[in-house]
Design a protein around this ligand. Sequence first.
Ligand code: ADP
Ligand code: MG
Length: 672
Amino acid sequence: MYQYMALPLSAVKGIGPSLEKRLHGRGIDCIGNLLLHLPLNYIDDRRVSPISLLREGESGRIEGRIISKEARGYGKDRQVWIRLADDHGQIRLNFFHAGFMMGDARLTEGRLISVRGVAERWQGQWQMTHPEWCVAEAFEPGYQPHYGALAGLSGKRIGTMIRQALLMLPATATSPLDHILMTQYRMPSLRQALLQLHQPHAADSDMLRHASSRLKSEEIILYLLLMRDKKRQADCPGILLASQRLSSELLEQLPFPLTDAQQSAWQDISADMTSGRRMHRLLQGDVGAGKTWVAALAMASVAGSGYQAALLAPTSVLASQHAITLRELLMPLGLDVALLTGSTRAAERRKILAALASGKISLVVGTHALLTDDVCFDHLALALVDEQHRFGVRQRWALAEKRKPDHQAVHLLAMTATPIPRTLALALYGDMDLSMMRGMPPGRKPIETRVISADKMRPLADGMQRMLDVDGRIYWIVPRIDEDDDGISVDQRVELLKGYFPAAGVLGLHGRMKASVKDEVLQAFASGACKILVSTTVVEVGVNVPEARLMIVEQAESYGLAQLHQLRGRVGRSSEQGYCMLIAGKQASQSSLGRLQQLVRSHDGLELAEADLAMRGSGDAIGTRQHGDAGFRLINLAGDGELIRQWYEHLPDFAADEAMLRFWRPFADSAD
Ligand code: ADP
Ligand code: MG
């Protein structure tokens, strides 16, 4: 089957080079990809209705003989009227801008044509405007799939291409999964499922659901198998940490006791690292749950045992933040933490690399800059990846692979604040063990959240002033206009806010700034030289400024609840009350306002993620970016959780072939 699925689009009748290029632009580069463009719904087109029995406002199929054809108007505005009659009635078909139809030989008087369109009454007569039509012999009664447009091509056009593409799958084509799924689960073959979905003989919803499950199963099972293989590969002897001296010392020096959740996560981790097996663990905890301390304990324990640890962060802002926090915690134990990012100067970088290679430095924090080949360790024992969903599967592993050939496997600890229900997480991150941290450090008050409208700038400014008066700091998140132009809206807001608050040292932060400038801005905000920080969602990830107590988000309705919750998690990081103002855009609909109200009520990231899932498909809960994590094509985490769980529990044993792997996981080896 997959050898046919992999055929280029140009093999399909009717797809030439320019169409092919257009579809390529949307990531559709082979027949199989086109076939995954499933119908949105189906039209019951089994019955031809007499014209006299049409129903006003409803779509109907009729058949009749052309009794007249005339054109009105001139040039491209030419309108064509075709009068059609069957045994019981007549109807007029209207086509605008359709002068070309006058010359169509299939539309001459006396010809029998078949038509589908919405019936209208006008001046006591039936008419249809721009109906679909074909010569009567060409009409095939049945259920017509209705496709969404794609790459600027109409759904109808796509449907024609899909019909042609299906012809390329010979009846003998099978998937490696067909046998198991057909015999043990009574599911159709992959080819049957595709045919049932694209060319159903009946609008039998059970049959359609079954076919769709069959198709999705193909994707899920393959994914789960890959995860299982990863897990098997990951399970091997690992470096055994002999000394808990420094981690115990750190435990005593922490300003507050660990929360129960931190305690139990730390127990999981230290048990792993003293087991002699390699750790491969995902630490999941809501924003602000205190994952950094747990990471610090693991790092202290590694350094205390005479090895090295490296922490990978997705942005330089976050990496430098981590370096600061970790230094505060670990310096008193006599440990230094190096920082390596894209903006580290060449001389400094050389020095750090030499110290890492010789073992003089035991702890390092950095961005992707840590992953390049020239970064070598004397004896790396632990790789930590923060906000792991920001990285592809391979990047996640890349750090752990920086070990010398004669050394044992490096422990991996990935951290994430992305809330996913546990059962689903087990399947999705099936290659890792899971530690979940529920709840928050004590003394944290829930962030008071309000939804306000865009014209309330005056009272909002008053509120901001009150916050500044008590030395609180403020985040202002600007709407994303365009990923590439996010500098513009930031600069505009900075100017506006400088006008209101000339003494607040307003600064802007966005993704296109140089890393070193970003870091400076963040330092200024952390130190208080800047009290209002205008930013795009760059700050979403992990940044920690305890004095920040007010979060303002413009056009809040354009974000997912989970993402807003993450943003909100940037404030209220101390015992002082934090606030979050969600400014709804002028165009915000009633239902999106209702959606935002959930943030006023709920402060549970998991609950909000589930609400997101329920409302808009996997959307932002797993996030558009984050979606790349599992990289599913058909699976929708909202609706398919049950199917995922089912296959996770009963994973069939079979060997995927190369072509199948390449089709479903073309990037499994790269950044995913
Ligand atoms: P996240 O899980 O989002 O990475 P952080 O590690 O940044 O969260 O922690 C958030 C804040 O909570 C930090 O300011 C940290 O100092 C504080 N914190 C962490 N653990 C505790 C604790 N056990 N008791 C009190 N405060 C804590
Ligand atoms: Mg964090």
